[in-house]
Write a protein that binds this ligand. Structure first.
Ligand SMILES: Nc1ncnc2c1ncn2[C@@H]1O[C@H](COP(=O)(O)OP(=O)(O)OP(=O)(O)O)[C@@H](O)[C@H]1O
Ligand SMILES: [Mg+2]
Length: 538
């Protein structure tokens, strides 16, 4: 028997339904974001509780509220005259065949509202036990610890995804969880730009005991490769990089510098100067610039560029000389350098995910520069792959879905950068080339609103700035109601999930990333995928 929490007494399709809460005990249990079901003869309306309100039958009562010692009066009022209501937003209906349908009607007066059951949740969000491995448990509804809410991983990979929340809310933990789901269920290959070394080997857990959690390499072994910019740091943490990244100046395009415009405080004329150099020296532009030292003025004159702009560009880009993984160009060096991208593609083609570890190079400058260079190159290779596939239509030519994960996304995708850089193009082209983004950010208002509205799935933890809340809900149905749900999230491990990968918006307690989680992924539970079986027997 499901527990009745109240009855519908009013409301509308557009504003939401009003539920009279059954008793004050139940009122104490209800929270914004709770998931409830309205039962009717035609089906069940699954709803999110978005607001709570105190009511009295007669407003005169409020003129003479009972004093704290007037117990009898209080009880008397409680029986008949004071009560509470909740606002419910019906988001999905399960009809007779238990198939989720959009809500186009409303329940009638006094329809009972009950707590949802485990079976309801599985019918709406899918079930991990299904053969296809399409669904992945990412948490449980509020106050239903033993029930799994799943995301549809296949739908998740169809468009870009955003994970937002202020600092310390659990974004990185959740991102690691989602990536683990994709890797475990073989739904996509992931390329992770791991600025703080939190994804590969291990990550520190916030606690007095300095405990660590396992990274993706530790969990998945050969299904994940570590590409390190700082092999010393990787080894110090007990790992062995699969590949050490070294790059030539030639791998840096002017576009990558433009992506750094804000970070380096580069004047637009300096960017134009970079273009001028590139027109003349092509791929060698940066190497040539960095050799000028004494003769910057003459160099500017030769190019017909403004000397100040060239000087500023030179000054700011000299920071690159201090990064040991960039090696000045020489034909011998370049041969090796190019291998990094080939190696990445080789791993990706084999379905191996890549974690790029920055080790001690944690500056934003480094992160932006490297993420742009690598993503631009991988994207170019993906475009070629896709075109080849479109030419042949051979199954073996079909590129694997690639998801690129970046933190501090507003640095890559602010209005200015999004128009000019590779990340903006990927976000806009909507998977045409099998590449999509997983953007993680604490300041979504800094991201180009057009890009935020293109995100297929959003997972949103607590945000305190109004502008950020506004930004994540732009273009979302029922934004007003979801806003109050967002405002009521706890500071950690609670998120609102909405969009493409879930049937309806839902608030969850994030699944714990712990021993129990590792157990659930352990190989003993894993049947080899069809691809692996084919490979073994062919
Ligand atoms: N799903 C989870 N399982 C276990 N612990 C979690 C989970 N989510 C959050 N935590 C705890 O909360 C802490 C903060 O989480 P996390 O590092 O993911 O926050 P964040 O939002 O990425 O913060 P920042 O913006 O500072 O990077 C973690 O160190 C961990 O102790
Ligand atoms: Mg983080």
């Amino acid at each position: 028997m499901k527990k009745i929490v109240g009855h519908i007494t009013g409301g509308s399709l557009s504003d939401g339904l009003v539920m009279r809460i059954r008793s004050s005990e139940i009122l104490n249990e209800l929270k914004a974001g709770k998931f409830v079901a309205i039962e009717t003869a035609q089906g069940t309306f699954f709803s999110l509780l978005t607001d709570l309100k105190l009511e009295v039958s007669n407003h005169d009562i409020l003129l003479f509220p009972p004093q704290s010692h007037e117990h009898l009066l209080k009880r008397f009022l409680q029986d008949k005259d004071i009560y509470a209501t909740a606002l419910l937003r019906p988001l999905i209906m399960l009809g007779a065949e238990r198939r989720p349908l959009p809500v186009k009607s409303i329940p009638s007066h006094f329809a009972p509202v009950v707590e949802v059951s485990k079976a309801d949740i599985a019918a709406i969000f899918g079930d991990e036990t299904e053969e296809s491995k399409r669904y992945f448990n990412i948490g449980s509804p509020l106050d239903m610890d033993d029930v799994a809410v799943c995301i549809n991983l296949e739908r998740l990979t169809e468009r870009s995804t955003g994970i937002f929340g202020k600092t310390g809310t659990g974004k990185t933990f959740l991102t690691r969880l989602v990536l683990a789901g994709l890797i475990h269920n073989d739904k996509a290959v992931t390329l992770i730009f791991d600025m703080h070394s939190e994804y590969g080997l291990q990550a520190r857990k916030e606690s007095n005991t300095h405990a660590f959690v396992k990274g993706l390499k530790t969990l998945f072994g050969n299904k994940v490769a570590i590409f390190s910019l700082d092999p010393v740091s990787t080894r110090r943490r007990g790992g062995q990089p699969d590949v050490t990244i070294t790059l030539s100046y030639q791998s840096i395009a002017v576009e990558d510098i433009i992506a750094l415009q804000e970070e380096l405080n580069l004047h637009p004329t300096a960017c134009e100067a970079a273009h001028l150099i590139a027109v003349r020296y092509k791929k060698d532009w940066l190497g040539v610039l960095l050799q000028q030292g004494e003769r910057l003025k003459d160099f500017a004159q030769e190019l017909g560029a403004h000397p100040e702009s060239i000087a500023a560009l030179y000054r700011k880009l000299r920071a690159i000389e201090r990064l040991p993984f960039f090696v000045p160009d020489s034909s011998e060096n370049n041969k090796n350098r190019e291998d990094v991208f080939d190696a990445m593609m080789e791993y990706i083609d084999r379905g191996v995910s890549i974690v790029i570890e920055f080790g001690n190079y944690t500056s934003l400058f480094c992160y932006l520069l490297l993420a742009n260079i690598i993503t631009r190159r991988i994207h170019t290779l993906y475009v070629q792959k896709t075109e080849k596939f479109l030419g042949t239509h051979l199954k073996q030519d079909e590129p694997k879905k690639l998801i690129i994960a970046i933190e501090e996304a507003h640095k890559f995708l602010n209005v200015q950068a999004a128009r000019q850089t590779i990340f903006g193009s990927i976000a806009r082209e909507m998977r045409k080339y099998y590449v999509s983004l997983l953007v993680v950010d604490q300041r979504p208002s800094g991201i180009d609103p057009e890009i935020v509205s293109q995100l297929g799935t959003k997972i949103i933890a607590q945000l305190s700035d109004d502008r950020d809340i506004q930004a994540v809900l732009t273009g979302v149905n029922n934004a007003t109601q979801l806003r109050s749900v967002l405002a009521s999230l706890e500071t950690k491990k609670q998120v609102l999930v909405l969009g493409h990968a879930v049937t309806m918006p839902v608030v969850i307690e994030t699944r714990s990333y712990d021993e129990q989680f590792y157990q659930a992924l352990a190989p003993k539970n894993r049947r080899p995928s069809q691809e692996v079986i084919d490979e073994l027997y062919l």
